[in-house]
Write a protein that binds this ligand. Structure first.
Ligand code: NAP
Length: 311
């Protein structure tokens, strides 16, 4: 099996690449700099056709598109919002154009997406059948998924991986929270009643590979554990994992002041459940938040950092 991956240097991409390779698959990494290794191909997400050499995608059994500027890294200035959009929507259109130019049809495109699609869902459970919500992220995700879906018109199987917060010690939310929780400064955010949809990195990688293998899975697929938790439950579980109390509360107003519009995403509630994975027979290794946090805190050695062929 030969799989091309964009964003292969990221949290999910590194783990997915290592997992595929461990099982004998060949991984072609689409990199945004000049290629330096035999398993790398240069691409330019800002070029209209991705500037991918069409021959490079010959004999590829699937493409997994994971690239995108980090949503939580910086304050959402107008320039940053433009970058978040371009690195997802334009990059996906560019990649699709590159895929369509390949000499042989690429059978499947899996494109990263996010539960941000649903917007603020309050206490209501939502699955893939729900309408998209409102707000910057919901709009962005809708356009991102539409850009990926355009490949389906050429007969390519397209699935959008609507991920919840990925829990891992290697990147994402957990390493950002752990230092303050270890000092006993862990805090609920706002009311703490808002739901958080999460998944461990290990389950995420297994789920991506499951979708890759299942020819019947197209369209949106929620990659979230079946048990979303409230922010208060998550805070208590993380504090217990580091054997510290978490008695503080971060007022919503303060968060708005510090983070601006981005604070809306931390205060929004998303209770997404993985109906399509459930129906397809996928089983989650981690569905209890306390056990999942322990798994995630100890996953540093699970996948080698540099998975370049021959390094
Ligand atoms: N982690 C989560 O909790 C989570 C939750 C929901 C959705 N997702 C989505 O899943 C995808 C992968 O997530 P991740 O956590 O692995 O992300 P990540 O660690 O931030 O990695 C994303 C990769 O995208 C590429 N990239 C960075 N900035 C870019 C830019 N401005 N333009 C184009 N490409 C850029 C980089 O790869 P190269 O340098 O190799 O090109 C980077 O390693 C993302 O699209 C993310 O939005 C993640």
């Amino acid at each position: 099996m030969r799989i091309a991956v964009t964003g292969a240097s990221g949290l999910i991409g590194t783990a997915l690449t290592a997992s595929l390779r461990a099982d004998g698959a060949e991984v072609l990494r689409l990199v945004r700099r000049p290629a330096r290794a035999a398993d790398e191909v240069c691409w330019d997400p800002s070029a209209p056709n991705g500037a991918v050499n069409p021959g490079a995608l010959e004999d590829v059994d699937g493409v997994v598109h994971l690239s995108g500027a980090s949503v939580a890294e910086r304050r959402w200035t107008p320039a940053r919002k433009q970058e978040l959009r371009a690195s997802r929507v334009s990059s996906t259109s560019a990649l699709v154009a590159g895929i369509l130019a390949a000499p042989e049809p690429v059978p499947v495109l899996l494109c990263a997406s996010a539960v941000g699609w649903y917007g603020d869902t309050g206490d209501r459970k939502v699955d893939e059948a729900a309408q998209s919500g409102r707000g910057f992220l919901a709009d962005l995700v809708r356009d991102w998924e539409a850009a990926a879906a355009s490949a389906a018109t050429a007969g390519i199987r397209v699935a959008s991986l609507r991920s919840g917060i990925v829990l891992s010690s290697r990147g994402g939310m957990l390493p950002r929270l752990l230092p303050s929780f270890r000092l006993g400064l862990g805090a609920r955010i706002g009311s703490g009643d808002q739901y958080l949809s999460w998944i461990t990195l290990a389950d995420h990688v297994r789920a991506v590979r499951f979708v890759l293998d299942r020819a019947d899975l197209t369209g949106p697929v929620n990659l979230t554990a079946p048990t979303p938790v409230t922010n208060a439950q998550f805070t208590a579980a993380l504090a217990a994992a580091v054997h510290k109390p978490a008695l503080l509360r971060l007022p919503a107003g303060l968060l708005r002041l510090a983070l601006g519009e981005m604070s809306g995403e931390l205060l929004a509630s998303c209770r997404a459940v993985p109906s399509r994975l459930d129906r397809a027979g996928f089983t989650f290794a981690d569905s209890d938040i306390s056990a999942a946090i322990r798994t995630a805190m100890n996953d540093a050695a699970a996948w080698p950092r540099d998975t370049a062929a021959g390094t």
